[in-house]
Every structure is written in structure tokens, then in C-alpha cells.
Write a protein that binds this ligand. Structure first.
Ligand SMILES: *[C@@H]1O[C@H](CO)[C@@H](O)[C@H](O)[C@H]1NC(C)=O
Ligand SMILES: *[C@@H]1O[C@H](CO)[C@@H](O)[C@H](O)[C@H]1NC(C)=O
Ligand SMILES: *[C@@H]1O[C@H](CO)[C@@H](O)[C@H](O)[C@H]1NC(C)=O
Ligand SMILES: *[C@@H]1O[C@H](CO)[C@@H](O)[C@H](O)[C@H]1NC(C)=O
Length: 397
């Protein structure tokens, strides 16, 4: 991290804080789909991860649609019909891709079967209609469909998912979300109203997964799981990203200890703004049993991020007037996936690596009372992206 840039952030925040006075205070539940602008770049994508501590397994998926920077304009006709007849970008980077993330008990490395699709097969419906308004603070049901490959239905009482990529299929359902904050508040808090280049919204820290199954048609293997009474639940983390840029360097992590009901999530990296690389982070740590409810964003906290993509380690240290939290993560280098596709202004490019078997070691302090908390969270997800990958690039391209 370039320390001199740290001093820039307060200046920016002053400017930004002045801006808050003229914007609506109401939060939106940003899990809901956004309206695509008429010009790119813009993208929107969802991510979900199931954590099954009963069998040390974890399964996730992600998908996104990109409206590229140099495409034709979306016509009104396109917008009012199925919305997503997005033109191909010039050098054919795909605009709509989905990955499954597979860490079955016997797997040492996170698998990442990926497929890219024709955007005309994609539909996002809110209340049964194309998306006409940006999210408000409720979550009306919405539904994403992609050919016969993805069905993702999110309602206030639960989420149903079915994702098929090549020979792999993941499906299941969860109960209602455990949100970041009240009234649709997410990691960005009121910063969500600023014209940030990229947004990150955690919809649920740990929804209970009632049932799920992972099938590999090629090998015939089937894993079935779900929550049962008297044992720690199988849980799912659900989130969304959207915006007109992607961060150029980042660490993202998320974990739930299902036995102790302690959980965290963070995203930290460099955001290019006004030609500066600004170190930024958004993070949350919760331990309901001990009353820890710590949320950090650039306007309420200071942070440092240490990272070593080659060693598979990252440490976020972040402090507000209420909490001081240090999250240290380590994942075996061989546990990381091959390079995953990430949204870029012109389409999907390979750009990050992820592990589902990181161990998080969290130390948290309440500043006022001095109360301390130490927690170990196994089966955490850890991702190194862009310049923060080992040697700043994908190992396998
Ligand atoms: C899960 O992995 C941990 C750490 O490797 C191990 O201690 C535990 O016994 C495993 N549990 C199961 C159900 O395999
Ligand atoms: C896209 O829209 C802009 C403004 O609405 C217009 O100036 C431009 O010519 C359009 N481009 C194409 C390829 O239609
Ligand atoms: C879509 O699903 C079918 C099976 O339902 C599968 O054969 C196909 O490979 C999938 N498409 C992609 C791009 O993964
Ligand atoms: C977790 O971190 C604390 C303080 O940094 C350290 O004392 C402890 O040994 C660590 N525990 C594990 C299991 O790594």
C-alpha cells in the first residue's frame, strides 16, 4: 500500500461527505437487479457460496452480464423486451459468463467449471417484469434465468438456485437472509449513494441452506446435504457486485463458523479514482453471542491490508471508534482455483484466484469496553484479484 495515498482519502471523503447532504438517506436493498444504463461499461453479477461443515465441503457460483464500453447503444426496443440483447464486444471477450466453484471433501484444489453464454438467453425479472427501477429498500422477489443453465430466484423468505455448467450441477434452497444491517443497509452504508466505480453488496452473511445437491454427470458423483436439527446448519453467503469498473487489485474474503455462529466478510484493494490508486476496504465482523457487530467503510475507519498471493496469506487490520478487528487468513497455495473470469469493461477476462479452505484467525476488540474476542473460522473463502495475485498475474496463462 502506498502510504502517501492514505492522506488523500480524508480529503476525498470531505468532498464526498459534503455531497451526502443532497442525497436521499434511504437505503436500497441492492441485492435487487439494477437498471442497465444505455451506454457501457456496466456490469451486474451475483455470487453465492454454500458452506457445509458437516462434510468439509463448499460449493459456490457466480454469474454476471457486462454491457461493454464500446458496444452499440441498447435500443428502447431491446430494453422493453428481454432487456439483454447486448452486442458482442470487438475482440469477442464474452459478455455473459458463469462459474461453479466446487470444493468437494476429497478436493485439494477449488474446481471452477466455467461457461459463457449468449446474452440473449439471459433474463432478469422483478415482479415478473423486466427491471424498470433501481432497487428500493424492500426486496420484491426477483428471478434470473439463463437458458436451461441458471435459475436463481430470490425472495424475502428464501432463495432457490440451480446452476448447470458443462457436466456440473449445483442446486438447492435457503431460508431468509441474515442481512448486513437493517433496512437494506450493506457494506457501503451511505456511501452506496456516491458515484463509486464499483459496488459491493452483501445480502446475507449466512442464510440457512435447507437442502442442496452437487452432481457431476461425468463421474456420476452426487453430494447431497442440508441443515438438520441438532447440528450446526449448512449455510450460504449471498452477495452482488455492480458498477462501471472493476478494482485493479483486491483481496476478498468471507467466512462463517457454523458451530459458533461467528462470521465476517471483507473486500479491500485499490480503486483508481482521479488517476490515483486509493486503498479502500469494506468489512464486517459479527459475533452475536458476544455482542460484536462491527462494520467498517472508508468514512468510519482506518485500515491496513497485508497480502501475499504467493503464500496464500492476507491480513486486514481495521479500526473505527467502536471496534478494532484483525482478520488474518491463510490458505494452502495448492488449494486455490485456476484463474477465474472477472468482469472488465470490455467483457470477461481471467483475473482472480480463490480458495474455499482458508482458515481465518480473527481478533476483535470493542474500543469502549475493551472486550476482546478471538475466533478461528475454517472453510473460509479467500480471493486474490488483479495485481494482488501471486506475481500480479494469473499463474496459468
Ligand atoms: C474437516 O477438516 C478439519 C481440518 O482439516 C478436520 O479437523 C475435521 O475433522 C474435518 N471434518 C470432517 C467432517 O471431515
Ligand atoms: C449512442 O447514443 C448516443 C447518444 O444517445 C449517440 O450520440 C450515438 O451516436 C449512439 N451510438 C450508436 C452506435 O448508435
Ligand atoms: C448448459 O446446461 C447443459 C445441460 O443442461 C450443458 O450440457 C451445457 O454444457 C451447459 N452450458 C454451458 C455453457 O455450460
Ligand atoms: C491467532 O492469532 C493469535 C494472535 O495473533 C495467535 O496468538 C494465535 O496463535 C493464532 N491462532 C491460530 C490457530 O493461528
Amino acid at each position: 500500500m502506498a502510504p502517501q495515498l492514505h492522506s488523500l482519502l480524508p480529503v476525498m471523503l470531505c468532498i464526498l461527505t459534503a455531497g451526502i447532504l443532497v442525497i436521499q438517506p434511504a437505503s436500497g436493498n441492492n441485492m435487487d437487479p439494477h437498471v442497465f444504463p444505455s451506454h457501457g461499461p456496466f456490469f451486474e453479477g451475483w455470487y453465492m457460496r454454500v458452506i457445509d461443515s458437516h462434510r468439509n465441503a463448499s460449493y459456490g457460483f457466480l454469474f454476471a452480464l457486462i454491457l461493454p464500453a464500446r458496444g452499440e447503444n441498447l435500443t428502447m426496443e431491446m430494453k422493453s423486451s428481454l432487456l439483454f440483447n447486448v452486442p458482442k464486444s470487438h475482440d469477442n471477450a464474452p459478455l455473459l459468463c458463469a462459474s461453479l466453484l466446487v470444493n468437494s471433501p476429497e478436493d485439494r484444489k477449488l474446481g471452477s467449471p466455467t461457461g459463457c453464454f449468449d446474452p440473449s438467453d439471459y433474463s432478469v425479472l422483478k415482479d415478473g417484469k423486466p427491471v424498470e427501477h433501481n432497487p428500493d429498500d424492500k426486496t420484491p422477489p426477483f428471478e434470473v434465468k439463463l437458458a436451461n443453465n441458471i435459475s436463481y430466484i430470490v425472495t424475502p423468505t428464501g432463495t432457490q438456485f440451480s446452476v448447470s455448467i458443462g457436466d456440473h450441477r449445483l442446486e438447492g434452497e435457503t431460508t431468509s437472509p441474515v442481512p448486513w444491517g437493517p433496512g437494506g443497509e450493506g457494506p457501503e452504508s451511505w456511501l452506496e449513494h456516491l458515484p463509486l466505480p464499483i459496488h459491493w453488496f452483501v445480502y446475507s452473511f449466512r442464510s440457512t441452506v435447507t437442502t442442496y445437491s452437487y452432481t457431476n454427470e461425468a463421474t456420476g458423483s452426487v453430494v447431497k446435504g442440508g441443515s438438520v436439527a441438532g447440528r450446526p446448519p449448512v449455510v450460504a453467503h449471498l452477495e452482488k457486485n455492480w458498477g462501471d469498473k472493476f478494482i485493479e487489485a483486491w483481496v476478498w474474503a468471507e467466512g462463517v463458523n457454523t458451530a459458533t455462529d461467528v462470521y465476517f466478510s471483507f473486500s479491500s484493494g485499490l480503486i483508481k479514482e482521479l488517476n490515483f490508486d486509493i486503498p479502500a476496504q469494506l468489512s464486517g465482523y459479527r459475533n452475536p453471542a458476544k455482542g460484536f457487530d462491527c462494520s467498517f467503510h472508508p468514512a468510519n475507519s482506518e485500515h491496513t491490508l497485508l497480502h501475499d498471493g504467493c503464500a496464500g496469506t492476507a491480513t486486514l487490520d481495521v479500526r473505527s471508534i467502536e471496534c478494532h478487528v484483525t482478520i488474518h487468513l491463510h490458505a494452502a497455495p495448492e488449494s486455490f482455483s485456476s484463474c477465474l473470469v472477472t468482469p472488465q469493461p470490455d467483457g470477461f477476462r481471467l483475473g482472480c484466484l480463490e480458495s474455499y479452505t482458508a482458515v481465518a484467525n480473527v481478533t476483535a476488540t470493542k474500543i469502549l469496553s475493551g472486550d476482546k474476542d478471538h475466533q478461528i473460522i475454517p472453510l473460509s473463502a479467500l480471493e486474490f484479484g488483479g495485481l494482488y495475485m501471486c506475481n500480479g498475474k494469473c499463474p496459468d496463462v
